[in-house]
Design a protein around this ligand. Sequence first.
Ligand code: ASP
Length: 333
Amino acid sequence: MKKILLIGTGGTIASQLTADGLAPELTSEQLLAQIPSISEICRVESVQLLNLDSTNIAPKHWLRMVRCIRKHYKDYDGFVLTHGTDTMAYTAAALSYLIQQSPKPIVLTGAQKPIGFDVTDSKANLKDAFRVASSDMPGVSLVFNGKVILGTRAQKIRSKSFEAFSSINYPALGVLRDGVLLPYIRQECSPEPVFYEALDTRVSLLKLIPGTDPALLDFLLERSDALVIESFGVGGLPEYEGADFCGSVCRWTERGRLVVLTTQVQNEGSDLGVYHVGHRLKAVPGVLEAFDMTTEAVTAKLMWILGQTRDAQQAQRLFYAPVAHDILWPAER
Ligand code: ASP
């Protein structure tokens, strides 16, 4: 029987009603006590790493998760992390860059309703996560509502109902039907995982609205090493009187900042070359394009890249090099 480590980090799954609303309070041991039949699937040991609402999860916590998995890697066959759903997709992406080529499953899960509620998705999600962690599906994934989603492709799409996550621009790796795992895609892996423990957190995100104040761009780029701009449709920057977004971007990229253009449309990704408003940006060194990547993956990847290099060309090469199928569109398109 496989031996799995449960790493508790908080979230709704571990929450209880308090006078001030739901707050994570249950330990990983208390979660396990709610699913006694888990002993038929695997042997479980647990650690309580954090107990946070995932709104409060920051990159330093991602590094703590990585260190915990690294420390215990040899002793277990797989890992389940319970986590709040709100930022779970960011954590799934971050772990996909920080732990690459893992031959063992590293599975994130959580719930929309606490495990102690009469109507809850907690028990089903937790049991499914252990099923995947006990399988031979390697790498980082997110298991939720019967779906196994690649860590670099998950996005939260519903704030309340059980089908909270979607796999963006990539098929689900598998599904779970009545407790049976049907694996569709097996991630490639190496005999040993590659761990990274450096991140540069000076990465920002600007979501454009019609009439965005161009001074916001300068404000953010002054404080960041990389800026992700969620623009409209297939991508571009506005040009109207008094707003020279493209000029600002060029000035900042000349000073070594990275700017990544992406889209606020959830599916199908960017294609900057299509319209005049995007086309001219393609020629600007230091301006990158997210193509089919999620914003969660883009921000985590930039933190991982800038944690390793300050060289713009090296950063660009790393950005377009696929990690765990985060980007499919070839850079040389
Ligand atoms: N606010 C909670 C969290 O992200 C929501 C959840 O877990 O579903 O921790």
